[in-house]
Design a protein around this ligand. Structure first.
Ligand SMILES: NC(=O)c1ccc[n+]([C@@H]2O[C@H](COP(=O)([O-])OP(=O)(O)OC[C@H]3O[C@@H](n4cnc5c(N)ncnc54)[C@H](OP(=O)(O)O)[C@@H]3O)[C@@H](O)[C@H]2O)c1
Length: 339
């Protein structure tokens, strides 16, 4: 099979190689990968910022969808022909996370899915919603499950709530769609007016350009009549965190997800107290979260926002697009599935 590997860190170091086809062992399924979607984390893995001590060579990327083409002995959860996606952390099936469950992340701790074939434990896959194409289904394992966890389990979002999403990347556009699904009003930020206009077609109620108007927290207060938002889906990290605290209502929640920006300012601890903030760190989610989310996506016939699809050979170019930040929603690499 063909696979992309990182022999050493750097976008220009990625190599397209031919490896022996994996064979499904007892309890494993062999998936013919049709599509892979990119996450900011995949870029950090490739350039060596995610884990500089990562054991190399490594096949990158956590998120892929495909068809089961063979099953190992004892497999009962899936059958040949099923349409599946791998779960991000192969060991986190259900319940609260623990140190063991959060090991085994695809394209990080273990080889990922940027390959024509991948063998996964039967417990490590979910069936994907029928109305989604492989491109669309490939967007779900990391970005969508993370957004679902933030909106449903950290934010407990309900009709009438106000949710703030930052930027127009993968996680944020899923958070927008889930928050709208639950009846919330969604406010968003972006560096681009054009992207804000596009986000409105997905249900964004109002948006602000954080370059033209860096004080977006004051804008959120204006938009909410001085009350503040019920939930901020925080992907900006150090550079946005303090403003997120100022944008929420007293007793509101911050779902801390991302690390996109830096800051030299210190953390404003008194704000955490005065606002009585519910602060929750999110690390993707379990297989059960993924399955719950898939039921909601199927019931609402929800479609992920796709930016552009690249061929398998163009994988480094696709990662470059992510790095440039020109994208809206999810970038796809078609795996060109080997027969
Ligand atoms: N904790 C977890 O489990 C988890 C899971 C998934 C992702 N993440 C993290 O979440 C972040 C987003 O991931 P992603 O895959 O959605 O990324 P992505 O698709 O690359 O989206 C990034 C977008 O964020 C926006 N952005 C960049 N800097 C910003 C800033 N200072 N303030 C506001 N928005 C900003 C930009 O949107 P505009 O172009 O519209 O400005 C950019 O396009 C990353 O840090 C990633 O590592 C964490």
């Amino acid at each position: 099979m063909k696979a992309w590997r990182i022999p050493s860190f750097g976008l220009d170091k990625m190599e397209l190689t031919t490896l022996p086809d994996p064979q499904p062992q007892r309890g494993e399924v062999l998936v013919k990968v049709h599509a892979v979607s990119l996450n900011y984390r995949d870029l950090m893995v490739v350039v060596g910022r995610y884990n500089p001590k990562m054991h190399l060579p490594r096949i990158p990327c956590s998120d892929g969808a495909g068809e089961v083409v063979a099953i190992g002995e004892g497999v009962t959860r899936v059958k040949v022909g099923d349409r599946v996606a791998g779960i991000f952390m192969q060991n986190w099936i259900d319940g609260e996370a623990d140190a063991k469950k959060i090991r085994g992340a695809l394209g990080g701790d273990i080889d990922g899915v940027l390959a024509e074939l991948v063998a996964l434990r039967e417990d490590g896959v979910v069936h994907v919603p029928e109305h989604l194409s492989y491109d669309e289904a490939a967007t779900l394992p990391c970005a969508a499950v993370t957004a679902w966890n933030a909106v449903v389990h950290a934010g407990h979002v309900k009709a009438g709530d106000v949710v703030v999403v930052q930027g127009t990347g993968g996680v944020s556009m899923f958070a927008l769609q889930f928050a709208r699904m639950l009846g919330a009003r969604v406010l968003g930020t972006s560096s681009s007016d054009e992207k804000l206009a596009r986000a409105k077609t997905l249900g964004l109620d109002a948006g602000v350009n954080y370059r033209a108007n860096p004080e977006w927290d004051a804008w959120v207060m204006e938009q909410t009549g001085g009350r503040g938002a019920d939930l901020v889906v925080e992907v900006g990290g150090a550079g946005t965190f303090s403003r997120s605290l100022r944008a929420i209502r007293i007793g509101g929640a911050v779902a801390q997800i991302g690390v996109l920006s830096q800051s030299t300012e210190g953390l404003e601890i008194p704000l955490l107290l005065h606002r009585q903030v519910h602060l929750r760190g999110i690390y993707v989610g379990s297989r059960v979260h993924f399955e719950q989310m898939n039921r909601a996506i199927a019931q609402h016939a929800m479609k992920p926002a796709i930016d552009e699809a690249f061929s398998f050979e163009q994988a480094p170019k696709a990662l470059q697009r992510l790095q440039d930040g020109a994208h809206f929603g999810k970038i796809i690499v078609r795996a060109g599935a080997k027969i």
